[in-house]
Design a protein around this ligand. Structure first.
Ligand code: DLL
Length: 434
């Protein structure tokens, strides 16, 4: 089923006409209500009337996380506080949290966007939605929740943590879909296995996982362990939260709700707009948002756009899996390394679990690079010949992928800390300020 066929299957001209109309309104609204945007547009000499085509968006200045920090907490709000009925926030890498304000109309839009994603995952009014994203300032819990209510599903607001209770409720209430981070889904999968529960003992049919990058190997492991189809859901607090895009049954990228969120891909260095299919930084302009609309917001997420019609029938533009963030990239001995590349390598080894930790440091002006990995259940860490051979094979695969190898530390299965939210897989003790 498709939640909103008129929009999700619209032809290109219809979608572009809708986007242009909403873009013109958004730019005018921002210019009139947010000093930051008025100043920035005045500085480059652009007036709202100059937006005549969708391509004219390129005349508009970008918005960055630093702009949000400079206008902390509510300087980017366009609606008066009496119309703001919800606040969310996410911790920023730059220090100040990013605070977002929502009006009733924004919450309606959010519910609609998530409803489309949940429908892609086969959920409907008969579903029991098990929401194990954290509730609170983080948008995951309440975002999945509002979408569940929008499709009239039965929503269980579990929040994250207390994994044993998650499993009990899942069994007792017959949850049909699990919403949480992929790393927490793995933790739940392990708990189910530990308790000797079989996937067929559960009513789960789908998972709607996001909030962090994950690989196909991780998807395979969760799908097998829970006997479900895993869907990827993307979003960020500054734009709305989860539901900006979601993958359908084809698992071929995530459909962007482009009547609400207009995407562009730019070169993060030159800021030049890149053609479809090219990897670059994802940029969003919100269309029709009232509380905190954003113009050309630089997400720092790296992916590409897919414009062809999807086999599912939807025509909305898709974004590829997010490969990493420009600020997640580690530079180790001059080589660019994304954690997702390491995860991809680990995923090819049956001898390992998909849990890992990257430890980077600096000794005598030289970067140190260690990878902590866990052996699969039943393997003997004391079998020296086997371990040496495994170490060589992993290092070989890492060199093929990254061009550098690293020191590998083997741990027994279940040793690394398990995630209940966004996994923390990198420990970088280098101090670049020195
Ligand atoms: O993580 C919103 C969300 C909640 C999305 C639940 C999906 C599910 P923030 O905490 O503001 O918001 O973090 C946003 O998380 O810029 C990406 O780097 C990353 N991210 C979110 N979804 C995905 C995904 C929520 N599906 C940041 N794949 C974004 C990869 C993702 N990365």
């Amino acid at each position: 089923m498709i939640w909103n066929e008129a929009v999700e299957c619209a032809d290109r001209e219809t979608m572009r006409a809708l986007q242009l109309k909403k873009l013109k309104e958004t730019v005018k609204y921002e210019y009139e209500n947010v000093k930051h945007y008025r100043d920035k547009m005045d500085a480059v000499g652009v007036k709202p009337e100059d937006i005549k085509t969708l391509e004219d968006i390129q005349k508009l200045p970008f918005t960055t996380k630093e702009d949000l920090a400079a206008n902390y907490p509510t300087g980017m709000f366009a609606a008066p506080m009496e119309k703001i009925i919800r606040i969310h926030a996410s911790s920023g890498t730059t220090g100040k949290p990013k605070v977002a304000g929502y009006t009733q109309s924004d919450l309606d839009m959010w519910g609609e966007a998530v409803a489309r994603g949940l429908t892609m995952a086969g959920q409907d009014a008969n579903s029991v939605l098990h929401v194990a994203y954290g509730y609170g300032l983080f948008t995951g819990g309440l975002g999945a929740h509002i979408g569940g209510e929008h499709i009239n599903a039965t929503v269980i607001p579990m929040s994250s943590g207390n994994t044993k209770k998650q499993v009990t409720f899942m069994q007792d209430l017959g949850s049909t879909a699990l919403c949480c981070t992929p790393s927490y889904a793995l933790t739940i999968t392990e708990e189910i296995k530990r308790q000797g529960i079989k996937p067929e003992d559960l009513k789960l049919t789908a998972g709607i996982f996001g909030a962090e990058p994950w690989t196909q190997a991780m998807r395979d492991e969760i799908e097998e362990g829970l006997g479900i189809r895993a869907h990827d859901i993307y979003g960020l607090t500054e734009i709305i939260g989860p539901g900006v895009a979601c993958s359908c049954e084809e698992n071929a990228g995530m459909h962007i709700q482009e009547d609400f969120f207009y995407p562009e891909i730019v070169d993060p260095d030159t800021l030049e707009v890149l053609p479809d299919g090219k990897d670059g930084e994802l940029v969003f302009t919100t269309l029709g948002k009232e509380g905190m609309p954003m113009i050309r917001y630089r997400t720092r997420d790296i992916c590409h756009l897919i414009r062809e019609k999807c086999a599912c029938g939807r025509t909305t533009v898709r974004m590829s899996r997010v490969f990493g963030r420009t600020d997640d990239m580690l530079i180790i001995r001059g080589v660019n390394v994304f954690p997702s590349q390491i995860e991809t390598v680990i995923g090819t080894f049956k001898e390992l679990t998909i849990n890992y930790k990257i430890v980077v440091g600096r000794v005598h002006d030289r970067d140190t690079f260690e990878l902590h990995v866990e052996l699969a259940e039943g393997l003997d860490i004391d079998d020296i010949a086997f371990m040496e051979d495994l170490r060589d094979r992993i290092n070989h695969a890492l060199r093929d992928m990254l061009g550098i190898g690293c020191k590998i530390k083997f741990l027994n299965a279940g040793t690394l800390p398990r995630s209940e939210g966004k996994a923390k897989r990198v420990e970088d003790t280098r101090n670049f300020a020195e």
